[in-house]
Design a protein around this ligand. Structure first.
Ligand code: SF4
Length: 399
């Protein structure tokens, strides 16, 4: 029997609203928003970005997870992995009894048809979906509409014989899921590029060709099985992980367009190149808001709150770090004292193929005189966490 799939919630929105508010609401954040996104107390001024925190996709995914827990109280409920990249939210779900298939000791192989599996906002791969199908478990699909939109585009590329060039992080769940969509069609192919340096190398191959083996050594793990640059770079379509840096994605798109013009000529471009902006509006709004704040306000420093593995949070930190000392913190406890802060060092877009370790920095907060702090948070950071950061900053600057 095909699995039962819930894609539009489980009719328990009102029943879980109180619990969601208790877990994630913040009165102080509401107050700051009402006061023109500004908090003032003694020598401290905080400017909060006008778009920050939970996006529509995350809001919905967390809501559905709570509804699933409520609806299936007698059944085992699993998440495929982190529902979103925020440790606080994931811990809350664990505490509510939702198990994570990515945790040690858990395995898809032990799932049965009575079990319930929640699919995260960034979706799962076609192969994972087939496995759940075969087991016949009940699915609660929270895949964000913006991610589904990317899938639609890459499927169309594959159907029309175009290779999807995906600007994204090859190990990110969303990019893996998106890449897998291209393989639904015979001959479908993809190539993931992380940054402008990788895009430049691919563009160079498009223009001049090169050593196929060297290309595959560099990009083999980031491309579809059997990828042949001499064949699969002839017709390409651009897409991106929804949470990448908008400006970088646009630049990369343009680099590929120009390379294809050089290779095939302007008149033949439509036969060889397609592009579709797949950065989601929530990501773009958060990036635009922080750019606007950096222009409008004179800040001493910036605090960016969100999981260290959250792509959109890292990109917000990148934007800020170009203008002002920036501290990307995972949680309020990272603000250890007025003299020390734990944070993830900001790395240029695309640079970390590997995890970047948290460090502690001393002397991060001016200890005398007025201090103006900019504050924003990634799309997976709930308001209560942002509120606690505001309260900590207030306490640290009180005396
Ligand atoms: S960041 Fe964008 S794509 Fe991802 S869940 Fe939020 S709205 Fe959806």
């Amino acid at each position: 029997m095909p699995p039962l799939i819930f894609r539009k919630g489980l009719d328990l929105k009102e029943a879980v609203a109180g619990q969601l508010a208790a877990d994630y609401h913040s009165a102080i954040v509401d107050r700051v928003k009402a006061e023109d996104f500004t908090f003032r107390s003694g020598r401290l001024t905080i400017h909060l970005a006008r778009e920050f925190g939970f996006c529509y996709g995350v809001d919905r995914a967390v809501d559905y997870a709570y509804q699933a827990r409520q609806r299936f109280q007698q059944r085992q409920v699993f998440l495929t992995g982190e529902i979103i990249h925020n440790p606080h939210v994931n811990d809350k779900l664990r505490a509510a009894g939702i198990r994570f298939l990515s945790d040690p000791g858990e395995s898809v192989d032990r799932l049965g048809s009575d079990d319930v599996v929640i699919l995260p906002a960034f979706g799962v791969s076609v192969q994972d979906m087939q496995r759940f199908d075969a087991i016949g478990c009940t699915l609660v699909d929270t895949t964000c509409g913006s991610v589904l939109n990317v899938w639609k585009n890459v499927r169309r590329y594959a159907e029309d014989g175009f290779t999807s060039i995906i600007h994204g992080k090859v190990h990110h769940e969303e990019t893996q899921a998106t890449a897998s969509q291209t393989l639904k069609y015979p001959g479908g192919s993809y190539l993931v590029v992380l940054d402008k340096a990788e895009a430049a190398a691919v563009c160079d191959y498009i223009r001049h060709g090169g050593r196929r083996e060297a290309f595959l050594e560099r990009f083999g793990a980031a491309s579809s099985p059997g990828f042949d640059p001499d064949v699969h770079l002839e017709r390409i379509g651009l897409a991106n992980q929804t949470t990448m840096l908008m400006s970088e994605s646009l630049e990369i798109g343009e680099m590929f367009r120009v390379a294809m013009v050089d290779r095939w000529g302007e008149d033949a471009l439509a036969d060889h190149f397609r592009a579709f902006d797949t950065i989601c509006s929530a990501t773009q709004e958060r990036q635009d808001a922080v750019v606007a704040m950096l222009k409008e306000q004179c800040l001493d420093l910036m605090v960016v709150v969100g999981g260290y593995n959250s792509s959109n949070t890292c990109n917000l930190a990148n934007i800020c770090a170009e203008r002002v000392p920036t501290y990307h913190v995972a949680e309020p406890d990272c603000l250890v004292s007025e003299r020390a802060i734990r944070h993830r060092p900001v790395t240029p877009p695309g640079s970390p193929r590997k995890a970047v370790a948290e460090i502690t920095t001393a002397g991060w907060l001016p200890i005398d005189g007025p201090v103006t702090v900019g504050l924003t948070a990634g799309a997976s950071t709930p308001n209560n966490i942002i509120g606690e950061v505001i309260e900590r900053l207030e306490r640290m600057t009180r005396k």
